[in-house]
Ligand binder design. Structure first.
Ligand SMILES: [Zn+2]
Length: 186
């Protein structure tokens, strides 16, 4: 299928009689954004910002890999581009925010990969501002991990995502860049 055909109104099945929501063979839950914000706050308070950043990136990266496989199996995208597009399409439906792909370069012969996303309305940025105030650095660590992990699974590459600017810093949107791990080191 094409990513544009994804419709969570039809793909989600609500079973209040059993206390479940399902998405294909996968169980889902509705979680208020404030709960996710309080989890981030607790990580910062129990540890520190560096620990929270590392843990949330790792959780997002794992989820990105897993969900890319779920989307491939559930929706059988007709090509790699449609598989890639399912990630941001799903984020829009989930209410995470509104991603727009602004740059995509992939040349396997040169080991070149560059993907840039402008992400509007990140709920993580909104939650951070509400509890911690305006940020001095990008804070959508869970989203960074997710975007990097999703792209890495789709393209079979060792990719890392970094958020270069963030709505929590007062920017109009968050900007994420995905490159091979080695490219970030040069
Ligand atoms: Zn952000």
């Amino acid at each position: 299928m094409k990513a544009s055909e994804l419709n969570l109104r039809e793909a989600l099945h609500f079973e209040p009689e059993h206390g479940r929501i399902t998405f294909g063979s996968h169980r889902m839950v509705l979680v208020e954004t404030e709960l996710m914000g309080s989890i981030v706050d607790a990580m910062i308070e129990v540890g520190d910002t560096i620990m929270a950043k590392a843990l949330l990136y790792r959780c997002g990266d794992t989820a990105g890999h897993r969900l890319a496989r779920v989307f491939r199996d559930e929706f059988q995208p007709e090509n790699q581009q449609e598989w890639l597009a399912l990630g941001p399409t799903m984020h829009s439906w989930e209410g995470v925010g509104k991603p727009s792909l602004t740059t995509f370069e992939h040349d396997p012969t040169q080991a070149h990969f560059l993907l840039e996303v402008q992400f509007a309305n990140s709920y993580l940025a909104e939650q951070y501002i509400a509890s911690q105030g305006v940020a001095t650095e990008p804070v959508c660590w869970l989203l960074s991990g997710y975007i990097g992990g999703y792209c890495a699974e789709v393209f079979g590459l060792d990719l890392v995502c970094r958020e270069l600017s963030c709505k929590a810093q007062g920017e109009p949107y968050c900007t994420f860049v995905v490159k091979p791990r080695t490219a970030w080191l040069t």
